[in-house]
Design a protein. Structure first.
Length: 385
């Protein structure tokens, strides 16, 4: 966010809004595995999910660091932005590569909340992290594309109207480069479910509304294609850097929450006649977690600034996600330990946040793959896979 007072005002709105969604709200959703509809509604009405949409389309026209700060604050408040963050990280693909017609058709409706863009369909069971090995196919037939295949771990598909979908328009063995022949579509799921698209929820260790998708001769209009056919991998990569920065910001928020929660508990809990936080064995892990979170935050906002300035942000976005997800996990572990037995009690929210923040070392990209990227592309070491 360029302007400090603008920044503060937005974050104040986030804090006020989040105060209306305390631990009990999230515990109930977690228990029922239900989508936080009221929370999403409140964020939408406050205009917070449309911050990246240009003002001419009804959004606030802010940059990625504003979006990151909003997600960080949501997580620092004890809430969880996993129900909504895809609208932010897919936005770059639509803004940078979508046609004028696509932007005019969808952006004002997304900004107003009439239409939700919360699903991002990349991962497949047979490909995993090796994205270019995906086999979901989109075949051009007249004014349509016909889609067949399967996706896994596609979050929020049941609670989104639109999906950004990556599919092969040319089989991998017919391309010179394996990154060619992939295309991106902006698909209206309301018209697709029951006409070739089936959505099946996957139950996970936390409340993430993730699903499997099955495409069986789903026909979509050809004008759903974003940008040029066969160039989709490049469009998606750009979006993935934004996603890594935004997820890193959520981890920073989680880390702040764990440090705060531990600090408060260690100050108030008295054992052996003194606050447990008076023992260095308890206070040092809290101090260390604080330092780790602060350091990861610097990298995260440096990555966001580079992304906003249109400079290459691949290195920084990857390091931000790596450092922030490890810092939040270390803080989570410290927070459980500080709380002793009460860390495991549902009503303290620590165990819920602990489960939630663990994801980010695996998704949207796992730590090993980030290390491989840094080793190969930044440090020039031999390619390992
Ligand atoms: C809750 C949840 C929500 C998700 N939401 C979405 C979503 O909305 N959209 C979407 O498209 N995807 C989503 N994903 C998928 C996520 O991006 C993938 O799970 C992640 O990229 C890892 O892929 P994989 O699970 O297939 O693991 P794999 O690729 O099978 O990897 C398994 C393990 O092996 C390691 N590994 C693999 N290859 C190498 C190598 N060459 N060197 C070293 N280590 C290696 C990995 O680091 C990992 O630890 C979600 C996943 C989860 C769990």
């Amino acid at each position: 966010m360029g302007h400090d007072s603008e920044h503060d005002a937005v974050l104040e709105t986030v804090r006020r809004l989040c105060a209306g969604f305390p631990g009990e709200y999230w515990r109930a959703r977690d228990r029922e595995r239900s989508y936080p509809t009221e929370f999403v509604q409140a964020l939408t009405e406050a205009g917070l999910l449309g911050v990246l949409i240009p003002e001419s389309y009804g959004g606030s026209g802010l940059g990625l660091s504003a979006a990151a700060a909003i997600l960080e604050e949501i997580h620092a408040s004890g809430c969880n932005a996993a129900a909504v963050h895809a609208q932010m990280y897919t936005m770059g693909t639509v803004l940078r590569h979508g046609s004028q017609a696509q932007k005019s058709q969808w952006l004002p409706k997304i900004a107003s909340g009439e239409v939700r863009l919360q699903a991002f369909g990349v991962t497949e069971p047979g490909a995993g992290t090796d994205t270019t090995a995906i086999t979901t196919q989109a075949v051009r037939r007249g004014e349509s594309y016909v889609i067949n295949g399967q996706k896994v771990w596609i979050s929020r598909a049941e609670h989104s109207d639109l999906m950004i979908l990556l599919a092969r328009t040319t089989p991998r063995d017919q391309t010179t480069k394996k990154t060619d022949g992939l295309s991106v579509f902006l698909l209206d799921m309301r018209e697709a479910v029951g006409r070739g698209l089936t959505i099946k929820p996957i139950r996970t260790m936390f409340n993430h509304a993730t699903t499997e998708l099955f495409f069986d001769d789903l026909e979509i209009p050809a004008d759903c294609l974003i940008g040029e056919e066969g160039k989709g991998f490049r469009y998606i990569l750009d979006g993935m850097n934004a996603e890594r920065i935004l997820i890193a910001a959520e981890c920073i928020g989680d880390g702040r929450w764990f440090v705060d929660k531990a600090r408060a508990y260690a100050t108030n809990r008295v054992v052996f006649g003194r606050p447990i936080g008076q023992n260095q064995g308890v206070q040092f892990p809290i101090a260390r977690a604080y330092a780790q979170v602060r350091a990861a935050k610097l990298m995260t906002y440096e990555a966001a600034a580079r992304y906003e300035a249109g400079e290459g942000a691949g290195e920084e976005a990857n390091m931000a996600k790596l450092l922030a997800s490890e810092a939040s996990w270390a803080a989570a572990d410290m927070c459980i330990q500080t709380h002793g037995g009460f860390g495991f009690a549902e009503e303290y929210d620590v165990e819920r946040k602990f489960r939630e923040t663990r994801l980010y070392q695996v998704a949207p990209i796992s730590t090993n793959l980030i290390l491989a990227y840094l080793a190969e592309h930044v440090l020039g070491l031999p390619r390992s896979y």
